[in-house]
Design a protein. Structure first.
Ligand SMILES: [Zn+2]
Length: 211
């Protein structure tokens, strides 16, 4: 329990640091502003959620469903959460990770491809955690809409790697999509020439997320 608390505190510090580095707004620009001032920000909760999944505390759901071991990299072909990513996204990530390593920045995959069952588990956990499907939808997509399930999204850590991508990702077609998820990247090939499109405040503003 003490270790779990420490991890949560460290996660909160890392999230706060990440937000400062990235200059992203800590709360969504619109909707549900009443919930943005609660003690533990959803970002911190979500980070610890990912940590639980990585360390295999979910029983039935394992690597075959997309849970990734600690310190998994974009080069770990034997990990399904990496191997089942879209090949173009994976290629861009590997180029970026190689160049970032030259800058002394290491990429870790916190989450990549997920099975529909894994995504459903995340969604149900989020509904319990946030108290309603509407609030959960700001953080976790359904199995039908998640870009992780289709292999088109990756959650990159630690915050230094996300910061590196925030600065250099567009050159590889790698773009942050949601303002409330500075770790979540998807491939936008047109970004190489035109820069990344504006981010959505959170997934509920993304037309793809309509059920
Ligand atoms: Zn994500």
């Amino acid at each position: 329990m003490r270790v779990a608390l420490l991890l949560v505190v460290l996660g909160a510090m890392a999230a706060a640091l990440g937000n400062q580095v990235l200059g992203s707004s800590p709360s969504p620009a619109s909707s549900s502003s009443s919930s943005s001032s609660t003690a533990a920000s959803p970002i911190d909760v979500r980070r610890s959620e990912h940590r639980d999944l990585r360390s295999g505390h979910r029983g039935a759901l394992g690597e075959a469903d997309g849970a990734v071991p600690d310190r998994t990299t974009v080069f770990d072909d034997e990990v399904p959460g990496v191997a089942k990513l879209d090949s173009a996204l994976l290629g861009a990530l590997r180029q970026a990770a190689t160049d970032a390593a030259g800058d002394g920045v290491q990429f870790v995959v916190d989450s990549g491809w997920r099975s529909p069952a894994y995504q459903e588990q995340l969604l149900q956990d989020a509904v319990l955690k946030y108290g309603s499907e509407a609030e959960a939808a700001r953080w976790v997509a359904t199995p039908n809409t998640s870009a992780h399930v289709s292999g088109d999204a990756v959650d990159v850590g630690p915050s230094g790697a996300a910061a590196w991508l925030s600065e250099h990702g567009a050159a590889y077609g790698l773009c942050q999509v949601y303002g409330n998820e500075p770790w979540h990247y998807e491939l936008r090939p047109e970004a190489i020439d035109h820069g990344c499109p504006a981010v959505y405040a959170d997934p509920t503003h993304d037309p793809r997320m309509q059920r």
